[in-house]
Ligand binder design. Structure first.
Ligand code: PGA
Length: 253
């Protein structure tokens, strides 16, 4: 199992922008990066309504991803968006199990089905989000929680040996709160996540694995996470909505 070859910066826009504002932000980032040589992989995750319009104008090196995926293939599943559509819209990444989705919309078990759907039926890279709540951290359960989340997520997947997988460690207590993990703690947990993947997928390891950090990253703290071989990138929420700040991180991480 190799580390991903390039570090990755992902902007998760959540449902913060309307369709029109998403396209405006997308254009700003696309125009700024168009034709530039960027050493990192750069991904934006607009909401579903904006994917089609942005997919028509997006240019390398920027790539597109989705914020979630249906667990089923095509069919009578009102309100869901299929993997087939995301393939046609040239999504290279799909976020699975973001803590806001886990909290409001589905249980951990569904994550196993979503991972299976993406990995078995496409070459799209899943970005699996894991992380503990403040209560779990305070009661010393962080590693147990992460282990259970990883075990569940990989419980239904088939062959992984030709797959790339990103795991985003996002402590729930750090998302949108301004509270941030220390780099030293992040490194310890990232190493642990890697060894959990090695244990859980022991004879079926993914070809490439990237473990990235997310939670209250901004222009003042991102550089602390730079140059750490155990931190393969960043998942950025609020700060990714400001084109200037996002591009600053993209250019300097
Ligand atoms: P935040 O969100 O950067 O606003 O904390 C991160 C995320 O939820 O992916």
């Amino acid at each position: 199992m190799k580390n991903i070859s390039k570090k990755i910066i992902i902007g998760n826009w959540k449902m913060n922008l309307s369709y029109k504002d998403s396209v405006i932000l997308g254009k700003k980032i696309i125009n700024n990066l168009k034709g530039k040589r960027i050493k990192n992989e750069v991904v934006i995750l607009p909401d579903f309504s904006a994917l089609s319009s942005i997919s028509q104008i997006i240019k390398k090196p920027l790539v597109l991803g989705a914020q979630d995926i249906a667990k089923n293939k095509l069919g009578a599943y009102t309100g869901e968006v299929s993997l087939e559509s995301l393939k046609q819209l040239n999504c290279s990444y799909i976020l699975i199990g973001h803590s806001e989705r886990r909290q409001y919309f589905f249980d951990d078990e569904m994550i196993a089905d979503k991972m299976k759907n993406v990995l078995e039926n496409s070459n799209i890279t899943p970005i699996l989000c894991i992380g503990e709540t403040l209560g779990q951290k305070r009661s010393g359960k962080t590693l147990l929680v992460l282990e259970k989340q990883i075990k569940t997520a990989f419980s239904k997947v088939g062959k992984l040996t030709n797959k790339k997988i990103i795991i985003a460690y996002e402590p729930v207590w750090a998302i949108g709160t301004g509270r941030i993990i220390t780099v030293a703690d992040a490194i310890v947990i990232h190493k642990k996540i890697k060894s959990l993947v090695e244990k859980i997928c022991h004879n079926n390891l993914p070809k490439e694995l990237g473990i990235i950090y997310g939670g209250s990253i901004n222009i003042n703290n991102f550089s602390n996470f730079k140059d750490c071989s155990d931190i393969s990138g960043l998942l950025i929420g609020g700060t990714s909505l400001k084109a200037g700040d996002f591009l600053n991180i993209v250019n300097n991480f």
